[in-house]
Design a protein. Structure first.
Ligand code: FO1
Length: 314
């Protein structure tokens, strides 16, 4: 029996995946992660979405922020700042240690997928975490003030700029990392985590071969809506969808995933949208999708897995 494959962005996906881990006892889980928000800080290769998943699933995440290591200090960054180095991206000391290892291994010639497996093994990750691609892929946000690298838009500018367009630099020439297409082809079910469809899942779908692998699926693909009552639970998804001409609702999300999904899990607050979604040929399950604690995360994962036809272990 093949793995459960989850396409994942950052914080929302990581919390959902925690629920999946808790819901499944014996099944294999393969996570295909976004790399469009990767960045280089002072020469260090930082993979925010992969690391958010890694830290969350190994119990190290700073729950309040949703990223970084819980209780991490910032002595390295403070020293750099005291020396006059101006850095707007916050990096904790333990996090810097991980970036040092990653960067060194990448420079020695290992692929990002190999490095990610190494980091996962070392930190005790039980599941398979794969970057969607080993090649350089960067999300570029087009704003009235010009093109911005993703972290500049998101962190430095606090995602306040109007978004005129989104590009995935390098995507056309990128190839799926080893194991990604194989996992999708062999999957027992595919789930798209509650992540921003445009900037978290968008870069994954932009890698040639991924969309085709989803179109060729022989198992259900279920999307969990990250939009609840017209709002994103976190981040700029709703505003971004509206400005780019998508309805900020599960229906808008479904339209972005047109042809790629068979079912949707939506929040009970959006239950009246079920008919609209069913008209698009989707089966729909409305439930409480707010992942406030471990129990709620497991509940949402249980529902998504069951909608995908997977009998959960617990
Ligand atoms: N988010 C912030 O708002 N400010 C930061 O300084 C910041 C640093 C950071 C460092 C490592 C990391 O893995 C994530 C970090 N994030 C930070 C979060 C991250 O940039 C975003 O949440 C994601 O890229 C959005 O998916």
């Amino acid at each position: 029996m093949g793995p459960i494959v989850v396409l994942a962005g950052g914080v929302g996906a990581a919390r959902f995946l925690q629920g999946v881990q808790a819901a499944m006892t014996v099944r294999e889980l393969t996570i295909v992660g976004n790399v469009g928000d990767d960045t280089e800080i002072a020469g260090l290769h930082v993979c925010p979405d992969l690391d958010t998943v890694l830290y969350t699933l190994t119990g190290q995440i700073d729950e309040e922020r949703g990223w970084g290591v819980r209780g991490d200090s910032a002595r390295a960054l403070e020293r750099a700042r005291s020396l006059g180095y101006d850095e707007w991206f916050w990096l904790g000391d333990l996090d810097i240690g991980l970036h040092l290892a990653r960067t060194a291994w990448l420079r020695s010639g290992l692929r990002l997928s190999e490095v990610t497996q190494r980091l996962g093994r070392a930190l005790g990750l039980a599941d398979c975490l794969l970057p969607v691609s080993d090649e350089r892929l960067r999300t570029i946000i087009e704003t009235p003030g010009g093109d911005l690298e993703f972290q500049t838009y998101y962190v430095r500018h606090g995602h306040r700029d109007d978004v005129l367009g989104i590009r995935f630099q390098g995507a056309d020439a990128a190839t799926p990392a080893p194991g990604v297409v194989e996992a999708l082809a062999d999957a027992a079910a595919i789930i798209i985590a509650p992540s921003n469809p445009l900037i978290s899942i968008g870069p994954i779908l932009a890698v040639p071969g991924i969309r085709d692998a989803l179109l060729d699926r022989r198992v259900p693909c279920v999307a969990v809506s990250p939009i609840v009552g017209g709002q994103a639970l976190r981040g700029p998804a709703a505003h971004m969808m509206r400005t780019l001409g998508h309805e900020p609702s599960p229906v808008g999300v479904a339209d972005i995933y047109d042809g790629l999904i068979d079912a949707m899990v939506i929040d009970q607050i959006d239950a009246e949208l079920a008919t609209d979604l069913e008209r698009r040929g989707l089966s729909v399950h409305a439930t409480d999708t707010i992942m406030r604690d471990a129990k709620a995360r497991q509940h949402l994962a249980n529902v998504a897995l069951e909608v995908a036809g997977i009998r959960v272990g617990k």
